[in-house]
Every structure is written in structure tokens, then in C-alpha cells.
Design a protein around this ligand. Structure first.
Ligand SMILES: [Zn+2]
Length: 433
């Protein structure tokens, strides 16, 4: 058993403590001033999240929170402890194998400024800009002041990937990586975690980086903000990073604190989408589509084909698998998805049918994307999908094809956004013409 300190945390067992100071003791679920149930851990405002039953042994009614049950039960009977936070300075030396781009340096300086002035910052960075490295100087500055730092994302796969890169760069730091069953090993001064893991911390973090915030379901927005605020000290700096900020998110920042980062690390412009009319019929062999796939194979390109319904994708797979060698499909509920993605990266499947599971994160050289029924997608999804293409230094261009039966506003916006970023990148001198 590793002994750790529970600084700035909500804990249920006093026995877990050594010399930490308890700040408050209270029940896990309380009635707030408005007379509503409130869970101390997740603060869910939803009445349906609270369940009340009569306990025979205790001869009383007990209410518990169902929303955060997997992180430990909060109820009206048992006491929980909120522990005082604590700061500890570290050197936070980091190592990079490459030089930051001019744009990354500009972003890093803004991150440090936001931390110094305790402000909120939005890094509006195109896919492939190298967001992760933009945090490094800020993390170092913060840790050298003794600030507690968290890097969070709504997505487990992002946490896994980003934590590996951070740990590699900051190899001498004690970094807590928290997701699913991964638990704390150090004292929580430098944490990389899923958003849900933040429920465990109260008034603790001085700096929180929020990656891919728009990957979070919109309905969770208010709770997400609450969670971030509860885990933070009142003077904390929050740095949001995304390629597709919603208007609502953007409206929460002063214009000077929205930092637009239009250039990819390799200084080549973003591939601009093209439109083509095709009324997709999942249960019918469409020769136009088949020819398109065959052409892609002839051109020695890897192609992700996006479907907006699993059923339509499976139906189309049955038809096209007879004609396309090594055709596969992958979706979010696919038990073999990790193996399939690995096979894909190894180049074993020239054509891949997919749902939005590969909308973010995934990339490889010589990759093109085709979106079926693109008129049904949101602007953010279309921009993210286009963002898979041309990321690698050895192959900076590629095909982004939106197949549609009627161009939508979202399609127009996606294309306009991509072109606008290219224009800004050129103006700033961060792109090579
Ligand atoms: Zn709860």
C-alpha cells in the first residue's frame, strides 16, 4: 500500500489520513438553502439523482446520490471530510525533442500570462497545432510557484494519450494519472485526469487545463463548470483548449483572452473540404461510391468513411465488403475497437467504415476522409473530421470530401471556418504559402 496525502480532497474514511488537516466535516448529502438535496461530491442539481429509502437498522430515512456512486457513496447518514489543500514547489524541468513553433511560443506566453493574472483563457487552436506542448511552459511556471496543476479531458482516450506525452516530457515529476480504475500514487500536486475524477478534489487546484472541452455532451455543461470551480481555489486560472469552441463557450471569455492559433505545427495550411452530391442508400450498391473507394485504393490512400448511424454502416458493410479487400468497420460500442484501430494504424485496411468514434484523436499518414450524409453533421464534427487529414510532416495534404444531398449551413460554416483559419495563419506569417 502506497501512502499518499489527500490534500484538497473529499474523503470518506478518516483512517486514510496521516497528518493532513481536516477543513470541514459534514454529511455527504445535505439539504441546501433552497431546500433541495445537494451531494457534496458531484453537486448534481437533478432531483432524480437522489434516492431516498427507509433503513430498518437505523430507523430512519436515508437519501443518497446515484449520480457519482461509482466514486464512492454520498448519503445523508455518513460523514465525509474535506481536507485542507497544500502546495509544494517542484522544479518541473521538461524535455522536448523538437523546437516549439513560433505560434506555440506565442500560445505558451499567453498561458503564463493567464496564470500570473489568474484569468480564464481559451486556446482556439486548429487540429494539429500541437496543443499539448503549449501547456508545458505554463505547467513549469505554475509548479515552480508551488501551484497545484490539473490537466483534464472529458475523454478517457485523450487522458491516456496526453498523460503519456506529459509524463515523457516531465520525466522527473510526480504525476497522478486518474481515470477509471487508475488511482492516486502521489500527493495530487500535478494531476492528469478525466473530468469526473475532479469530483474528488475541493478548493485545491490553482491551474486547470481543460482539453477537448467540446467533446463533453452539451447537457453536462453547467455541471462541468461547477465541477471545475469546486475543484479550484478562488484565484485559479482555467485554460480551455479546443479546435471547435461553441459560441456559448467563446462568450465566456474576454476577447483578449481568446487566443486564435490558426497554423498546424508543420506550417502547411489545413485541407479545405470539397462537396459532392450523393444521395446515400445504405442497402444498395452505389457504383459512384464503389468507384470512389476503388480510386482511393489505386491512389494508395487510407480512407476513413464516416456514417452517422451504426445500422446504416453495418448494412453498407455487408454490401461493399464483397468488393473492397480488407474492408472493416469500427464504432464506439465495438468490443474489438482498440484492436481494429491498431490494425488500421498498421495500414492493414485501406478503407475503414466508422462512426464518429474516429472523429477526434485518430490520425495517420496518407489519410483521407469521406463523410456520407454530411448535411446531417454539426459544424464542430465536420471540422474535427477534416482535422484528421494532412497532420503528418511527410504528408500535409489530402482529401476531405463531404457527400451530401443538399448542402447544409453546418457544411458551409465548417468550410468557412477552415478557410478563415488558413487566411489568418498566412497573415500572421505562421504558414508557408
Ligand atoms: Zn453525487
Amino acid at each position: 500500500m502506497i501512502e499518499i496525502k489527500h490534500y484538497g480532497k473529499l474523503i470518506r474514511n478518516k483512517e486514510d489520513l496521516s497528518d493532513e488537516t481536516i477543513r470541514t466535516v459534514q454529511k455527504g448529502v445535505i439539504k441546501n438553502k433552497q431546500g433541495r438535496w445537494q451531494c457534496i461530491q458531484c453537486e448534481s442539481p437533478e432531483r432524480a439523482d437522489y434516492y431516498t429509502y427507509y433503513s430498518e437498522p437505523l430507523h430512519s430515512e436515508i437519501t443518497y446520490c446515484r449520480h457519482c456512486l461509482q466514486l464512492g457513496r454520498m448519503d445523508t447518514h455518513n460523514e465525509v471530510y474535506i481536507i485542507d489543500s497544500h502546495r509544494e514547489i517542484s522544479k518541473a524541468d521538461y524535455h522536448l525533442d523538437f523546437q516549439l513553433s513560433e505560434q506555440q511560443t506565442y500560445a505558451s506566453e499567453n498561458v503564463i500570462r493567464a496564470i500570473q493574472t489568474h484569468e480564464k483563457l481559451l486556446l482556439y487552436a486548429v487540429t494539429g497545432a500541437g496543443k499539448t506542448e503549449m501547456m508545458f511552459a505554463g505547467i513549469q511556471y505554475a509548479r515552480q510557484q508551488g501551484y497545484n496543476v490539473a490537466v483534464i479531458s472529458p475523454r478517457v482516450d485523450v487522458v491516456v494519450e496526453i498523460s503519456a506525452r506529459i509524463a515523457e516530457a516531465f520525466s522527473a515529476e510526480n504525476i497522478d494519472v486518474l481515470y477509471q480504475s487508475q488511482s492516486q500514487q502521489y500527493n495530487g500536486h500535478f494531476v492528469v485526469a478525466t473530468v469526473h475524477q475532479l469530483y474528488r478534489f475541493k478548493h485545491h487546484f490553482d491551474v486547470i487545463f481543460i482539453d477537448e472541452v467540446d467533446a463533453f455532451p452539451l447537457s453536462m455543461d453547467p455541471l462541468l463548470m461547477k465541477t471545475i470551480n469546486s475543484a479550484s481555489v478562488s484565484t485559479a486560472s482555467h485554460i480551455y483548449m479546443t479546435a471547435t469552441p461553441s459560441r456559448k463557450l467563446r462568450s465566456q471569455f474576454k476577447p483578449a483572452n481568446i487566443i486564435t492559433l490558426p497554423a498546424r505545427y508543420h506550417r502547411r495550411s489545413l485541407p479545405v473540404p470539397t462537396y459532392r452530391y450523393l444521395k446515400f442508400k445504405p442497402t444498395k450498391l452505389q457504383h459512384q461510391l464503389l468507384r470512389l473507394f476503388q480510386q482511393q485504393i489505386t491512389n494508395q490512400r487510407y480512407t476513413l468513411v464516416f456514417f452517422n448511424h451504426i445500422e446504416a454502416m453495418k448494412a453498407a458493410f455487408e454490401i461493399y465488403a464483397e468488393h473492397i479487400p480488407n474492408l472493416i468497420y469500427v464504432h464506439s460500442e465495438d468490443a474489438l475497437r482498440f484492436d481494429k484501430v491498431t490494425a488500421l494504424r498498421e495500414g492493414r485496411h485501406p478503407i475503414v467504415f466508422t462512426t464518429t468514434i474516429l472523429e477526434r484523436g485518430f490520425t495517420m499518414p496518407h489519410l483521407d476522409v469521406i463523410v456520407l450524409e454530411s448535411q446531417t453533421y454539426s459544424t464542430a464534427a465536420l471540422v474535427q473530421i477534416a482535422g484528421r487529414v494532412g497532420r503528418k510532416m511527410q504528408d500535409t495534404s489530402g482529401l476531405v470530401l463531404y457527400l451530401h444531398n443538399g448542402v447544409s449551413i453546418s457544411m458551409l460554416c465548417a468550410k468557412a471556418q477552415i478557410k478563415q483559419m488558413n487566411t489568418i495563419g498566412l497573415q500572421k506569417g505562421w504558414l508557408d504559402a
